[in-house]
Design a protein around this ligand. Structure first.
Ligand code: NG1
Ligand code: ZN
Length: 418
């Protein structure tokens, strides 16, 4: 250990006197302005843990769903699991050591854990997009490098296909940056489009005419609905927000594909269809047999109990590979209409009630008429309001032919909600 360098860098990330933090369930979490020293020290600790385990250690800088001004950090052990409990204690000791005691605590930990300081160390650092996260993850990097560890800053190369899951892995989205640096999101609507068109093509190949339907919510982009109905000739149904509503509707079809724009979704196959496809895979010849076999395998990939980001990803990756599609070609199936979502805080969100799969407001009186008048002012426009089922807010959605129009419309509709 280069104690001189550690002292020098630690002073640049000095601990506010008397501040005590605890490594809890989610690591350290508090207001971002109190975390600089913690980040630096977790960088140091990650190196020690990496040297001890002779493996890569993860450091994640985020406060998840907590308010934007908060931040946090947690360490991840080599197999992706939570940090070992004894190291959680070390983390707390190190984070709370006053500046003059920090080095001693660091040495104590490496002695107690018999860390071979000559061992190489490798740390992978991740962060969210909070305004404070870039600087705080730089503090982690300072900690890692001062102890001679190597680190990896995840970087997305242009046109590279990426996908993300949410925390409980029941939502998936794809995305990429194009050569001009523009971010392209491929949401649940485009996933439903890819999956349903692939399934439809296989059915045509097999020579089966089964009824296939796509289930969406009011949040589905208007372009996706139009593309599915007019180009793909697949019937589209709209239900209330929430997967339980989509799931039940999808059960009404031989093959029901359902996705919320935010990435919750899967495909359901009736028992009769599964049997029929199995038989076809055994009895048919050549190309038809091959297509039936492929469909049989794809059915197995889906998790039909619930939307499952991992199996959705495997299905999507299989389809892209089989069709030889790049993420850009997939994205180009249709262009999303510019849209805007807003939240409005009202005294009692229950004064708004809706009908027609939440696309029309029934109460308060006059609200729907006001929305209709606003929508008329814009091209390719649509807007609706609904009380959230998960937050104490009213959600406003608007789409139109330009981002400016969608923003204006959403703003005007949110004023009408008051
Ligand atoms: P609410 O808060 O009812 O809009 C949100 C999402 C739903 C779903 C649930 C949680 C939007 C607009 N709404 O519901 O799609 O994901 O949370 O399961 O994304
Ligand atoms: Zn989830």
């Amino acid at each position: 250990m280069d104690l001189g360098a550690i002292t020098k860098y630690s002073a640049l990330h000095a601990k506010p006197n008397g501040l005590i933090l605890q490594y809890g369930t989610a690591g350290f979490r508090t207001k971002a302005e109190h975390l600089d020293h913690v980040m630096f020290r977790m960088g140091l600790l990650a190196v020690l843990r990496s040297k001890q385990t002779k493996s890569t250690i993860g450091v994640m800088v985020t406060a998840s769903h907590n308010p934007e001004e908060d931040n946090g950090v947690k360490l991840v052990d080599p197999l992706g699991e939570m940090l070992a409990p004894s190291w959680e204690e070390h983390a707390t000791c190190l984070a709370n050591a006053e500046e003059q005691d920090m080095q001693r605590v660091l040495i104590d930990i490496s002695e107690k854990e018999a860390v071979n300081l000559q061992q190489d160390a490798f740390v992978v650092i991740g962060r969210d997009t909070r305004p404070s996260s870039e600087k705080l993850s730089q503090s982690v990097i300072d900690g890692v490098t001062v102890l001679g560890g190597q680190f990896h800053g995840m970087e997305i190369k242009s046109n590279e296909r990426c996908c993300s899951f949410d925390g409980d892995a029941d939502r998936i989205v794809y995305y990429y940056h194009d050569a001009d640096g523009h971010f392209h999101l491929i949401d649940g609507d485009k996933i439903a489009t890819l999956i349903s068109s692939f399934l439809k093509e296989l059915l045509v190949e097999i020579g089966e005419s089964l009824n296939i339907g796509v289930v969406q919510t009011a949040y589905a982009n208007g372009s996706s609905t139009r593309y599915l109905e007019e180009v793909m000739k697949v019937p589209v149904y709209c239900t209330k927000t929430g997967v339980k509503h989509l799931h039940h509707k999808a059960q009404e079809f031989d093959i029901g594909v359902y996705f919320e724009a935010n990435g919750h979704g899967t495909a359901l196959f009736s028992t009769a269809v599964e049997m029929k496809i199995k038989q076809s895979a055994e009895q048919l010849e050549d190309k038809k047999r091959k297509a039936a076999k492929m469909l049989e395998n794809i059915i197995d990939l889906f998790n039909q109990a619930a939307g499952d980001a991992i199996s959705d990803m495997l299905v999507i990756e299989a389809i892209l590979a089989l069709k030889g599609l790049t993420v850009q070609q997939w994205d180009a199936l249709y262009t999303d209409l510019p849209n805007r979502q807003l939240k409005v805080q009202v005294a009692d969100r229950r004064v708004i009630s809706t009908t027609d799969a939440e696309r029309q407001a029934v109460t308060p009186p006059g609200l729907q008429e006001a929305i209709n008048d606003l929508v008329k002012k814009y091209k390719l426009s649509r807007a609706f309001v609904r009380p959230s089922g998960t937050e104490d807010v009213v959600r406003v959605y608007a789409e139109a032919d330009s981002q400016e129009s969608a923003d204006h419309l959403a703003h005007e509709v949110s004023l009408a909600v008051f």
